[in-house]
Design a protein around this ligand. Structure first.
Ligand SMILES: NC(=O)C1=CN([C@@H]2O[C@H](COP(=O)(O)OP(=O)(O)OC[C@H]3O[C@@H](n4cnc5c(N)ncnc54)[C@H](OP(=O)(O)O)[C@@H]3O)[C@@H](O)[C@H]2O)C=CC1
Ligand SMILES: CC(=O)N[C@@H](CCC(=O)OP(=O)(O)O)C(=O)O
Length: 349
């Protein structure tokens, strides 16, 4: 008989949490038994999200580790930075499996976290314990463990687009530039000056230039893969669309490799990993082609004139960039097929 796992979601009323609810509704081996909110406990979740009417009749629970343990085996945290740091020690002590979607446990250095997030870091033992769940790269380390730190949305697209080339020495590590764009759901459900309609509509803007909290996350992983310190230039832009991330990556090619060499390298690296689709020569991915799905699509062009490669990597920030990859990690933690409950065809158009 197939094993079923009971799941709780802290931060159920945010975009990441509500996407977990949507995706888990069709997972064959997970039942969501507790949806949790710190500010609206006691209210039906469908009150804030009428699209869930008659799909989820739950009343939101309060954040209470013992209550969560009485209802669930695994807990997802889709909470703003600084919250998971405080909650996870007691959730792990209750014997729960934990998947942290926030950035609180991605950086292994406490001082780096403090510098980039401007918040009190988690205790070192929890940073050491958390396995960074970039599924296609570190999936084997996730199998059977209890605590996963889910990657950031931008790092997921940038790293999947870069790692095979970095590992194989196809690019000069000192030349990497990542030019990234995100839909506005990446900023969460809370309203803010920067994300309200008249600020965003028919506008295109860069933000957090050279200060984005995903810079040290990307550099930490690239350095790990390369076996030497790697620095990058990473710039984020807000696009007037709801979902999607596109990372356009530039680097100087080493070893005289052409576009077809990059395609073969990436196809070999991601062989058997269903959620990374490497495009053929001249077939560029767009965000709509992965929307609502757990896919990361990647395309390449080497410019023989400049000696640089352009790599385009797209994901849905709420799926492969958050809830979808978190479920992929749960599947790996449980020793299941990593694609379970995630076989969504992208929504197109
Ligand atoms: N949106 C995205 O595309 C991605 C987001 N992430 C990360 O996931 C996390 C959630 O993001 P997102 O869903 O967009 O954010 P939202 O702002 O949409 O949601 C945040 C959620 O956290 C809850 N929350 C706030 N304060 C607390 C608290 N003290 N204790 C418990 N719960 C709390 C909120 O509900 P309430 O206040 O009622 O408790 C709400 O449900 C963030 O860390 C974000 O960086 C990662 C990848 C992609
Ligand atoms: C569009 C937008 O604002 N996106 C957010 C992504 C937030 C996120 O996922 O970051 P952590 O999980 O690392 O906190 C940003 O750029 O900060």
């Amino acid at each position: 008989m197939n094993q079923t796992v009971k799941a709780a979601i802290i931060g159920s009323t945010g975009y990441g949490g509500v996407e977990l609810i949507r995706l888990l509704a069709s997972h064959p081996q997970v039942e969501v038994t507790s949806v949790i909110s710190s500010s609206t406990a006691g209210a039906p979740i469908a009150e804030g999200y009428p699209h869930l009417t008659e799909i989820r009749t739950d009343i939101l629970d309060d954040v209470d580790p013992a209550l969560i343990r009485s209802k669930a085996d695994v807990v997802f945290l889709a909470t703003p930075p600084g919250i998971a740091t405080k909650l996870i020690p007691s959730l792990l002590a209750e014997g729960l499996k934990v998947i942290d979607i926030s950035g609180d446990h991605r950086l292994k250095s406490r001082s780096e976290y403090e510098t980039w997030y401007k918040k009190e870091p988690a205790e070192q033992q929890y940073l050491d314990q958390a396995v960074y769940g970039l599924s296609e790269v570190y999936g084997e380390s996730v199998r059977g463990i209890d605590f996963v730190s889910n990657p950031g949305c931008f790092p997921t697209s940038a790293l999947l687009g870069l790692i095979p080339a970095v590992k194989a020495g196809f690019i000069d590590l000192s030349t990497i530039i990542i030019d990234a764009k995100s839909g506005v759901s990446g900023a969460g459900r809370g309203a803010s000056l920067g994300t309200h309609y008249s600020e965003l509509n028919e506008n295109f803007k860069a933000y957090k230039i050279n200060k984005h909290q995903h810079i040290p996350e990307i550099e930490q992983v690239l350095s790990d893969v390369a076996g030497q310190k790697v620095l990058t230039t990473f710039t984020t832009h807000l696009v007037p669309m709801t979902r999607g991330i596109m990372s356009t990556i530039y680097a100087t090619v080493q070893g005289g490799h052409g576009t077809e060499d990059f395609i073969s390298l990436y196809r070999n690296y991601y062989e058997g990993r269903k959620f990374v689709r490497v495009r053929g020569n001249g077939i560029w991915p767009s965000t709509k082609e992965v929307s609502g799905s757990n896919y990361c699509d990647i395309g390449f062009s080497v410019d023989e004139r400049t000696g640089r490669v352009t790599i385009i990597s797209v994901i849905d920030n709420l799926v492969k960039g958050a809830a979808g990859q978190a479920i992929q990690n749960l599947n790996l933690m449980m020793g299941w097929d990593e694609t379970l409950g995630l076989n969504f065809v992208p929504m197109y158009p």
